[in-house]
Design a protein around this ligand. Structure first.
Ligand code: MN
Length: 201
């Protein structure tokens, strides 16, 4: 069985309680409940294996379960800046010319998604470069060849309660709430086990 990961919202993220109640408590929970129904008779597989080897409803619910967990873990109520001189910071300097240049690139890409989707910061494992990647609907980046570092949910349900139709304002506040410790850890360890473990019971 899969479970909704425990996320500490006590100090609140930039999102208000109603958004958390709906987005985490209803949308994310529904994906996990559906995933459990769809896998009830099958042999136990890891979430990543299911994402890599399924399609249709099973893929959509597995992917949305994963994407949302990744999204929540990338947010923080406290200001956590990127550590200057860290390996991630140096890589961002190399690939984008600095964190202040990455921000508008990432936000523009997120703004450009037509309809529902996700904007990812990822490490391309074959050339060791950082990339900004958009995926639509439930789609996940290619987890075989790319390591996700951070994701932003740009489905309307992510911002409509707090920001109505202003995706741009939501994206700006999202950027200020990024948990750079989470992003750095993903960059350094390249391990998705922590995400899977947070959803296993
Ligand atoms: Mn969502």
């Amino acid at each position: 069985m899969f479970k909704l990961p425990t996320i500490d919202f006590s100090k609140n993220t930039f999102l208000d309680a109603e958004t958390i109640e709906f987005h985490y408590g209803k949308h994310h929970k529904a994906y996990i409940d559906n995933l459990n129904k769809l896998t009830i008779d099958s042999e136990r597989r890891s979430l990543i294996e299911i994402i890599k080897n399924s399609q249709g409803a099973l893929f959509n619910n597995a992917a949305q379960s994963f994407n949302h967990t990744f999204y929540w873990l990338g947010l923080t109520p406290a200001k956590i800046s990127i550590k200057k001189g860290s390996s991630l910071s140096l890589q961002i300097d190399k690939d984008f010319g600095g964190i202040e240049k990455l921000k508008p690139l990432f936000l523009e890409r997120a703004l450009s998604i037509f309809g529902s989707g996700w904007t990812w910061l990822a490490l391309n494992k074959s050339n060791n470069k950082l990339e900004i990647i958009n995926t639509t609907n439930a789609d996940v980046i290619d987890l075989e060849n790319k390591m996700p570092l951070l994701v932003c949910d740009v489905w309307e349900h992510a911002y409509y309660i707090d920001y109505r139709n202003s995706r741009a304002n939501y994206l700006n506040d999202f950027w200020d709430s990024i948990n750079w410790n989470f992003v750095s850890e993903n960059f350094e360890k390249k391990d998705l086990k922590k995400i899977e473990n947070s959803m296993s019971e």
